[in-house]
Write a protein of this length. Structure first.
Length: 323
C-alpha cells in the first residue's frame, strides 16, 4: 500500500481552493479524462503588479492529483507570476510532505497547468504537444517534450522513474525503445553539463522491457487491491452515515454530474444506472466505450465517489438495462 502523508490526506479530503473562479483572467488546462487525469487551473492576476490574487482548480483524478492541485493553489496565491514560474513539481510534492514515487506525475501535472495558465495570461498559446510524430506513449498521450522536461527537471535515471513522473510506459509498453532512447540521450546531456554524475546516467540496454512490464503489472495488481488508498489513519464518520439509500443515490448522481462535463469534453459520457449494496452501476458512452484507458476513468470516478460518501464503493460499467 502506498504511504501517504497526513498532509496529502488532508488536502484530498479537505481540498483548499477547489471550484470555479468566475473572475479568472488566466486559465491553464492539462491532461485528459481519457488518460485518467485532468486539471483546470484558474488564476485571478492583478494586471499591474502581476500578483496572483486568487486561484481555484477543478481536478479529475486520484487523491494525489486532487491534493497536488490544492497544494499548488496554496503555493502560488500572493506570488507574482515571475515568482510562480520558479516553482517546480518537486516544490509541490515537498509542500505535501512528499508523494509516493508512483504518484509524482500528479505534481508534474500541476506544474504543467501553472505554465499553461501563465502563458494564457500573457496571450501566448501553450501546449505540451510538439512536432507531429513526437508522440511517444499512445496509451497516455505523452509526447517527447514532456518526458525530456521531467527527466531534466528531476534528474531521472530509470525507466520506472520516467513512468512515475509522466505515466509514459505505464500501459502497453510498446514505447519502451523510445523511452530508453530519450532517457539515455537526456542523461548524456545532463552529464555533459555536469548536472549528473557519469556513473548515474542511464545507458541503452540497461534493463529489459520484459522486466519493466512485469514490475508494472505487479504495481497495478497492488493498486487494484486497495479499496481506498487514501483512507484516513483514524476512523472518521462517513458522509453517508444516517443517509437513506435514496439520499446516497442522489449524492452519487450529483457527483457524476460534476464529472460529466470533463468526460464530454473528451467525447465520452457516464450516467448512473443503479446503486445496490455498495456497487455503483454506470453506463459509459461515446469515447469512453471500448477505450483501452476506460478502467482508469472508472477508477477515477470510484475514488471521487468514495471521497464524497466516505464509504467503500465499487463502480461497475454495465449496459443501460442491466439489473
Amino acid at each position: 500500500m502506498w504511504d501517504y502523508t497526513d498532509k496529502v490526506k488532508d488536502y484530498f479530503f479537505n481540498p483548499k481552493n477547489a471550484g470555479v473562479l468566475d473572475e479568472a483572467n488566466a486559465v491553464g488546462e492539462v491532461g485528459a479524462i481519457a488518460c485518467g487525469d485532468a486539471l483546470k487551473l484558474m488564476l485571478k492576476v492583478d494586471p499591474v503588479t502581476q500578483v496572483i490574487l486568487d486561484a481555484r482548480f477543478q481536478t479529475f483524478g486520484c487523491g494525489s492529483a486532487i491534493a497536488s492541485s490544492s497544494a499548488l493553489t496554496e503555493l502560488i496565491i500572493g506570488k507574482t507570476l515571475q515568482e510562480a514560474l520558479t516553482l517546480s513539481n518537486q516544490d509541490i510534492a515537498d509542500f505535501l510532505g512528499g508523494l509516493p514515487p508512483e504518484k509524482m506525475h500528479c505534481s508534474v501535472m500541476g506544474y504543467e497547468a501553472l505554465q499553461a495558465a501563465i502563458a494564457n495570461f500573457n496571450g501566448e498559446v501553450w501546449s505540451d504537444d510538439h512536432d507531429e510524430g513526437a508522440l511517444v506513449c499512445k496509451c497516455f498521450g505523452i509526447d517527447e517534450g514532456v518526458i525530456e522536461r521531467a527527466v531534466k527537471m528531476n534528474k531521472l535515471t530509470t525507466i520506472e522513474q520516467v513512468t512515475a513522473y509522466t505515466k509514459a510506459g505505464g500501459g502497453c509498453l510498446t514505447c519502451f525503445d523510445r523511452l530508453e532512447e530519450i532517457l539515455a540521450r537526456t542523461n548524456e546531456e545532463l552529464a555533459a553539463e555536469g548536472l549528473l554524475a557519469e556513473h548515474d546516467a542511464y545507458r541503452l540496454g540497461t534493463v529489459a522491457a520484459k522486466e519493466i512490464k512485469a514490475k508494472a503489472q505487479q504495481a497495478k495488481k497492488e493498486a487494484a487491491a486497495q479499496t481506498s488508498p487514501l483512507a484516513p489513519v483514524s476512523p472518521l464518520p462517513p458522509a453517508s452515515a444516517g443517509m437513506t439509500n435514496l439520499q446516497k443515490i442522489r449524492l452519487i448522481e450529483e457527483t457524476i454530474e460534476e464529472l460529466r462535463p470533463f468526460l464530454k469534453k473528451d467525447g465520452g459520457d457516464c450516467e448512473l444506472v443503479d446503486f445496490d449494496n455498495g456497487n455503483v452501476l454506470v453506463k459509459l458512452a461515446g469515447a469512453c466505450v471500448g477505450c483501452q484507458m476506460a478502467s482508469i476513468t472508472v477508477s477515477g470516478i470510484q475514488e471521487r465517489l468514495v471521497a464524497k460518501l466516505g464509504m467503500p464503493l465499487r463502480v461497475i460499467p454495465v449496459g443501460k438495462h442491466a439489473h
